[in-house]
Design a protein around this ligand. Structure first.
Ligand SMILES: Cc1cc2nc3c(=O)[nH]c(=O)nc-3n(C[C@H](O)[C@H](O)[C@H](O)COP(=O)(O)OP(=O)(O)OC[C@H]3O[C@@H](n4cnc5c(N)ncnc54)[C@H](O)[C@@H]3O)c2cc1C
Length: 448
């Protein structure tokens, strides 16, 4: 192997390795664009990282999406004359092996925020320094990089409103074009595309979105078209008007900057959601422990309630709006934002179960499951995070009547109640005794 690597290193010209992580696209990819501009030869590389694919991080829905996104990325790179090299193992060891094999003088990747990503970047930087290889990270995972906005007297914004004001006034970087041509030369050991079973052995949701840049760009086009008819009500649960871009943003199949540029004119509320995303990313970049530890301690006594947790996970709490959200999660690997707020509030405020248990369940199932955004939102709802009003409690019944007024969202996801008309679906306990007993649906876990 050492000889083979030494042999490849003899190729003339400057070679750069582009390490893809969760930036699986060719459009507006600053690291890829810079490498194709400055190097004679580019090796696009993805390492199936065992520490992300195993243990606590294993998520079959995201594994399925990832497998499709990698297949699509390989096609998009091949169209341009390049390819995607796939390896499996420790990301730093495999990347440095690829650097040695190609005799690369530069390694580039997109900067990321989690504690794991920051350690990965430090390890890569050290390994490159030891071998005289230039290492550089580029923006692209968020609209504005964490650290681009710093409040007076702090290292990151702790509250959204002032962050939003600064974000809204900031100048964004220029979008970069997808490279017209990528010269990869003869690449060795391209590697087989993984099947879902290679990445995970758990159960996947039946109605998952299709992964990849091609699908992501189509979803973005649809969001832009819909915004052209007027910005829809993002809180209408049954209307389902939000963009559904979150998995594509999580895996970087679409560039957040491109999304912001294209939605800016007609969908300012959705662009504001991207600022929320950036906000949580800059919190995580500064305080990576936010993914598992209270950002602000509130001395909450969490209840140990395995049965309550299980009922919530299964969508069998007896509170229809909560159960509808939880079943949407199991069926689609995705949940409407309003339902995420209602279900998370129900777990932490009504059942008083630790936000970490809820975040872990979301992380198991969400195809957009994201270290920064998941934990940031859970802590916001639980009152341990960045909410300026940490005692806010969402009443599930009031939320149901406001955001699902005729009950269509509940009927879509809770078939046991599908025959109940209108808003009556939200309060099955108010039915006459005989009708209620005929339902295969539990009594509410608690009196609301
Ligand atoms: C408890 C809880 C957990 C969540 N976990 C995740 C998660 O793991 N991954 C994730 O991507 N989103 C998470 N969210 C945020 C939000 O619910 C989803 O991003 C949104 O529902 C995705 O749908 P969409 O793409 O149609 O959103 P749109 O309304 O179309 O918004 C556009 C984009 O903005 C971003 N965005 C929207 N809402 C938020 C928000 N509240 N915080 C940060 N970014 C936002 C997303 O990237 C989204 O794709 C969570 C919210 C809650 C309350």
């Amino acid at each position: 192997m050492a000889d083979e690597r030494a042999g490849r290193a003899a190729e003339p010209g400057r070679t750069a390795v582009v390490l893809f992580t969760r930036d699986l696209r060719v459009h507006d990819h600053p690291a890829l664009a810079a490498a194709t501009e400055h190097a004679d030869r580019v090796m696009p590389l993805f390492v199936l990282d065992d520490s992300i694919l195993s243990g606590r991080n294993a998520a079959p829905n995201r594994a399925a999406f990832l497998a499709q996104a990698l297949a699509d990325l390989r096609e998009r790179l091949r169209e341009r004359g390049g390819d995607l090299v796939l390896r499996r193992g420790d990301v730093v060891e495999e990347t440095m092996a690829a650097v040695a094999e190609t005799g690369a003088t530069a390694l580039v990747c997109s900067a990321d925020v989690s504690g794991y990503a920051q350690r990965r970047e430090r390890r890569l930087a050290d390994a490159c320094a030891g071998q005289g290889v230039r290492f550089r990270t580029y923006p692209g995972v968020t609209v504005l990089p964490p650290g681009a906005l710093i409040p007076a007297g702090g290292d990151h914004y702790r509250v959204f409103t002032p962050y939003w004001r600064a974000w809204d006034a900031a100048t964004w970087r220029e979008q970069v074009a997808a490279p017209a041509r990528i010269s990869s030369g003869d690449l060795d050991r391209i590697g087989r595309l993984p099947a879902v079973d290679d990445l995970s052995d758990g159960v996947t949701s039946p109605d998952l979105p299709v992964g990849g840049e091609t699908a992501g760009r189509a979803v973005l086009d649809r969001a832009v078209r819909r915004a052209g008819d007027g910005e829809p009500d993002l809180d209408d649960l049954a209307g389902d008007h939000t963009s559904r871009l979150s998995p594509y943003l999580h895996f970087g199949c679409v560039s957040p900057l491109e999304v912001a540029n294209r939605l800016e004119e007609n969908a300012p509320e959705q662009v504001r959601q991207l600022a929320w995303r950036d906000f949580h990313h800059q919190v995580t970049a500064a305080v990576p422990s936010v993914s598992t530890e209270d950002y602000r301690s509130r001395a909450v006594e969490w209840r140990d309630d395995a049965d309550g947790l299980r009922a919530w996970q299964d969508g069998r709490t007896g509170v229809p709006i909560v159960d509808a959200g939880m079943r949407q999660l199991l069926r689609e690997g995705w949940m409407h934002n309003r339902a995420r707020l209602i279900t998370a509030s129900f777990l932490t405020r009504n059942l008083k179960i630790d936000w970490r248990a809820g975040a872990a369940h979301f992380f198991r199932w969400l195809v957009d499951g994201d270290v920064a955004t998941n934990a940031g939102n859970w802590q916001w709802v639980a009152g341990t995070g960045n909410d300026a009003r940490p005692n806010r409690v969402l009443n599930p019944l009031r939320q149901a009547k406001r955001f699902d007024p005729d009950g269509a969202y509940v009927r879509r996801y809770v078939p046991e109640l599908a025959h109940l008309d209108g808003a009556a679906v939200h309060t099955p306990w108010a039915l006459p005794d005989a009708d209620r007993k005929a339902l295969d649906y539990p009594d509410p876990l608690l009196d609301l």
